[in-house]
Design a protein around this ligand. Structure first.
Ligand code: ADP
Length: 208
């Protein structure tokens, strides 16, 4: 088995083995650092831990988003669904509400967490030590924008890879925008969104 740790990680291992006074502290830090980037497989192998980030407005999360998250979580060790805070864009749901809905809607997937970020996605990815961006594709109309964004992100951070997951035909017409419009005018399409989102949409538009 080839164990290729970063220099800083080897240094932590070295300190933890050599410096008596700090042995316990360094051993714990070294373990925590390595744990964040490596995972033990059932077969007993130590393999690189891959954290992927699925960014978006999720205003609100729909069944289309959930489908993409389920597929990505089946491939990568950890998936972080990251709600974008964009001060320039007026959102229907506050960031806290979007995160709460996403957390509840994704609670059935054990390796998914929900977080939020602002600023450049690649800066956030570096801060989170994540190397994979997940994006969903519904139709060719998504492709042009997604392609440009992926190239821009590669220019900014060549080590970060964008993975596209194609949606299922049944979700190809669903967007947060369409969902909001339907509920705003008093109609309902429960197949488009999880129950928590449906409840919040009804509350939001009944009270406005
Ligand atoms: P929207 O485009 O609905 O406002 P987001 O900005 O939250 O949604 O989108 C985040 C990502 O999820 C984008 O890559 C988008 O293409 C993808 N996505 C959105 N809706 C769907 C869907 N129904 N099926 C697959 N992917 C989707």
């Amino acid at each position: 088995m080839k164990l290729c740790l970063k220099f800083s990680e080897w240094r932590l291992v070295y300190y933890s083995l050599n410096i008596k006074k700090y042995r316990a502290q360094y051993a714990i830090i070294a373990y925590a650092k390595i744990e964040a980037r490596w995972s033990w497989r059932e077969e007993g192998f130590l393999v690189r831990h891959i954290r992927a980030v699925y960014p978006g407005s999720f205003d609100p999360i729909t069944n289309g988003h959930i489908y993409i998250a389920e597929r990505a979580a089946a491939v990568f060790d950890e998936l972080e669904v990251s709600v974008l805070i964009n001060p320039q864009k007026q959102s229907t749901f506050a960031m806290k509400e979007r995160c709460e809905m996403a957390e509840e809607a994704l609670a059935h997937i054990p390796n998914v967490t929900v977080n939020h970020f602002d600023g450049l996605l690649v800066d956030y990815m570096k801060q989170r030590e994540a190397r994979v961006i997940i994006r969903g594709l519904r139709a060719m109309s998504d492709f042009e924008y997604e392609f440009q964004t992926a190239l821009m992100n590669r220019q900014l951070a060549p080590d970060i890879e964008t993975f596209f997951i194609v949606t299922d035909a049944q979700y190809s017409y669903i967007s947060s925008n369409a969902v909001r419009d339907v509920y705003r005018f008093g109609a309902a399409v429960p197949d488009m969104v999880p129950p928590i989102v449906e409840r919040r949409l009804i509350e939001k538009f009944q009270n406005s």
